[in-house]
Design a protein around this ligand. Structure first.
Ligand SMILES: C[S@@+](CC[C@H](N)C(=O)[O-])C[C@H]1O[C@@H](n2cnc3c(N)ncnc32)[C@H](O)[C@@H]1O
Length: 362
């Protein structure tokens, strides 16, 4: 592959997801002091596999659109941007892509030192350079969002995730390409140990899996690793485009606002560029042309059940609260299934409805 490559449909959908998530994330962190306790917190966005900043047919790469959307955000006047306060770190290993990225950023934004935020564009390795860079820029103790968007050579040690997980109001997104799930034999076992936190945590997962099971099992394995690293909430999902290969994402957070914002961004992922943002929950139905991620991806069961179980592990709740970020019909469907499997106990009398009180079995 050359310096630039073609934008695949799943990558375009992932970009829309990032854009929608970041559109919510920046104001949550920059407009208010309540979430972090800092009067004016420093906020760091780390894009650790940054790419060259552009695709073959001129679509912007993640560093470019992330910065552009921040600078043009509708709430930018209330965000108090300053280079001391807002840091964007881009790491790219390939020298030619790093050079291309620098050129793109200069062409698009002019001299980087004149920007109202601090940009750090490092030629380096996501696995080894993320922590030292975060330290050098004074990011620890303040919110960090780490995006680890490799093609498949996911090589970021769990130690990095652990450090971010224990940092206030911090989150990570890790993506996996489909090849990752079929090319285990080419991967370095020692690297996998560092990514999953030890051989005991990943080896059994690969034994004799059918190809269609592999990605689910590996995503769950990685999700478990993120939980062990200290993220109380995790989401895993598959982005399925109409054409081309799917992409897989795992999100770790400790913040209710972050989890809700990511769920909202997921619901709004649609199959058309330029689609307006429509929220299926307030309309009571999935609008035409909008992918219902759970149904389109065939994910309904695993992901819904996991989300509901996570919620109920905090204590009894009504069906509608236990599926706070789900369409009511999905929450009800998930709880009904869990009840049949003995994974949920109905506490209130009568028929199971969205108002019923449920809990995990004693
Ligand atoms: C999937 S692409 C990134 C795409 C980009 N985030 C976007 O959405 O536009 C992965 C990039 O990571 C780079 N890369 C590969 N291994 C890396 C490593 N260990 N550290 C940092 N970058 C790496 C590749 O050269 C490639 O440009």
């Amino acid at each position: 592959m050359g310096v630039l490559w073609k934008l695949e449909p799943a990558t375009a959908a992932k970009h829309r997801l990032y854009q929608r998530y970041l559109d919510a994330w920046w104001p949550i962190l920059l407009q208010t002091s309540q979430r972090t306790g800092y009067a004016r917190p420093r906020v760091t966005l780390l894009d650790a596999f940054a790419g060259p900043g552009r695709y073959q047919d001129s679509e912007p790469g993640s560093p470019v659109f992330l910065l552009e959307r921040l600078l043009n955000h509708s709430a930018v006047d209330r965000m108090h941007l300053s280079p001391r306060r807002v840091h964007l770190i881009f790491i790219e290993k390939d020298p030619a892509r790093h050079k291309h990225l620098m050129g793109e950023l200069h062409a698009r934004f002019g001299p980087l030192r004149d920007l109202p935020v601090h940009l750090e564009v490092q030629r380096g390795d996501a696995g080894t350079d993320s922590m030292p860079l975060l330290t050098r820029l004074g990011a620890w103790g303040h919110p960090i969002l780490g995006i680890f968007d490799s093609w498949g050579s996911v090589n970021v040690p769990l130690d990095v995730m652990r450090r971010i997980a224990r940092n206030p109001s911090s989150e990570v997104v890790t993506t996996f390409g489909p090849n990752w799930f079929s090319r285990r034999e080419n991967l370095n076992l020692d690297v996998l140990d560092t990514v999953f936190g030890g051989r005991a945590f990943w080896t059994p997962a690969d034994a004799e899996l059918r190809p269609d099971e592999r990605w689910r099992v590996w995503l769950s394995t990685y999700r478990d690793a993120l939980r062990r690293s200290g993220f109380p909430d995790q989401l895993q999902f598959e982005l399925v485009p109409r054409t081309g290969q799917p992409l897989y994402l795992v999100f770790g957070t400790g913040s209710t606002a972050g989890l809700k914002a990511m769920k909202d961004a997921m619901w709004k992922v649609d199959d058309r560029d330029g689609e307006s943002f429509r929220d299926p929950r307030t309309r009571g139905a999935i609008p035409d042309g909008q992918i219902d991620l759970f149904q389109a991806a065939g994910l309904a069961d695993t992901e819904l059940l996991e989300l509901v179980a996570q919620r109920l592990s905090m204590g009894p709740a009504t069906v509608e609260t236990s599926g706070e970020w789900l369409l009511p019909k999905h929450a009800l469907q998930a709880i009904r299934e869990m009840r049949q499997n003995g994974q949920v106990t109905l506490l209130s009398s009568g028929k199971l409805t969205t108002k019923s009180q449920v809990s995990l079995p004693a």
